[in-house]
Write a protein that binds this ligand. Structure first.
Ligand SMILES: Cc1cc2nc3c(=O)[nH]c(=O)nc-3n(C[C@H](O)[C@H](O)[C@H](O)COP(=O)(O)OP(=O)(O)OC[C@H]3O[C@@H](n4cnc5c(N)ncnc54)[C@H](O)[C@@H]3O)c2cc1C
Length: 325
């Protein structure tokens, strides 16, 4: 086993095997966030043969600084919670693949899952739990300077901007949380908010207001990110006056929300306008034998506990489907 899963857990305690390509699994789960990992626990405990495919273990939880609303823990940091989830799944034993993304799915009676690297795996039922990813700005310089000043995860990258000036784009919860993370280490933080006020939770905005090195520019949008080898300035246009200002900054954090990772099932499953997979209250999608759970679905309230609960429901429905075929 050469998987890198062992932080805090001995290899001998990790009970998993590589996925087998000439086997038809009962249930194949796509995604290793709270929805996918909870689904895995439920499927294995039901005794169905289960495969788990994960691009990055933990999903959004791995990017979360601290969690105070997941039952059983008054406070736990994201990385630690992911570790707990992993230990829970791997105590049972599962066929597992980490690090490669699923590229497409064929939906016959037996479903085929195609990997980016050309491998193909089969299952009677699928659970799609691929969650969400950061939304991009789509302005000049964003791709060019990605990793050279353009960042999306303050939990991961804030320490690199110690003593520097940074821009945070977005005034919702993600933006305010990022500004707080950055205000602790950066020289100055400029928030660029599209609307006329911040829309994050009051408790977060109150926390933010304690920092003297944060300013907010309202009703404005970023039009380009500029520099030579790395980010040196950000152009910001006032939406009312049209005036463009250049803000000197060595970093820019794009915190304008998340989009569902549903591209792999576009044209196959029914999606809503936001691109989320539409499910019924038992996590069935528009195609028999394909179930979905968590943030990638149209179920409201994107939270760890909700995703976990939906993962459990999807697993139980998928197991019933397989056992009654
Ligand atoms: C900064 C931040 C802070 C948050 N704080 C909280 C909080 O305090 N409390 C709370 O309850 N919620 C919080 N949330 C929300 C919570 O993390 C999400 O609701 C939850 O993680 C959703 O779980 P999920 O399993 O549906 O998806 P995700 O966590 O997004 O996991 C998706 C999984 O699918 C994998 N994947 C994606 N595409 C593919 C593919 N093509 N092939 C294979 N695998 C794929 C990913 O690698 C990942 O493993 C926060 C989110 C963020 C971003």
């Amino acid at each position: 086993m050469d998987f890198n899963l062992s932080a805090g857990m001995f290899d001998s305690e990790l009970n998993f095997n590589p996925l087998v390509s000439d086997k038809t699994y009962d249930v194949m789960i796509l995604g290793g966030g709270p929805a996918g990992l909870t689904a895995a626990v439920y499927c294995i405990r039901k005794g169905v043969s289960t495969g788990l495919i994960v691009k990055e273990i933990g999903g959004q939880v791995a990017l979360t600084a601290g969690v105070e609303n997941y039952m059983g823990y008054r406070y736990i940091n994201g990385v630690e919670l992911v570790q707990k989830f992993k230990e829970q799944v791997f105590q049972f034993g599962i066929d597992y693949d980490e690090g490669t993304a699923v590229q497409s799915i064929d939906a016959g009676d037996i479903k085929k899952v195609h990997f980016e690297d050309g491998r193909v795996f089969s299952a009677k039922a699928l659970i799609i739990a691929t969650g969400k990813s950061w939304r991009k700005l789509g302005v000049p310089g964003e791709e060019e300077f990605r990793g050279r000043g353009v960042a999306y995860c303050s939990t991961c990258d804030a320490p690199f901007f110690s003593g520097k000036n940074v821009v945070v784009v977005g005034g919702g919860n993600s933006g305010v949380e990022a500004a707080i993370d950055l205000a602790r280490v950066a020289e100055g933080v400029t928030m660029v908010q599209f609307l006329e006020k911040l829309t994050g939770d009051t408790i977060l905005i109150d926390k933010l207001s304690a920092f003297k090195n944060v300013r907010v520019i309202y009703e404005s949008e970023v039009t380009s990110i500029d520099g030579r080898d790395s980010v040196e300035s950000v152009s910001v246009k006032n939406r009312k006056t049209g005036v463009v200002d250049q803000i000197a900054a060595q970093g820019i954090f794009v915190e304008i929300g998340l989009i569902p990772n549903s591209g792999i099932v576009k044209g196959l499953l029914q999606l809503n306008q936001a691109g989320e997979i539409m499910v019924d209250c038992s996590c069935r999608t528009s195609v028999p034998g394909i179930f979905a759970a968590g943030d990638v679905t149209d179920v409201p309230f994107k939270q760890i506990i909700v995703a976990g609960g939906e993962g459990a429901k999807a697993a139980l429905t998928a197991c019933n489907y397989v056992l009654n075929r």
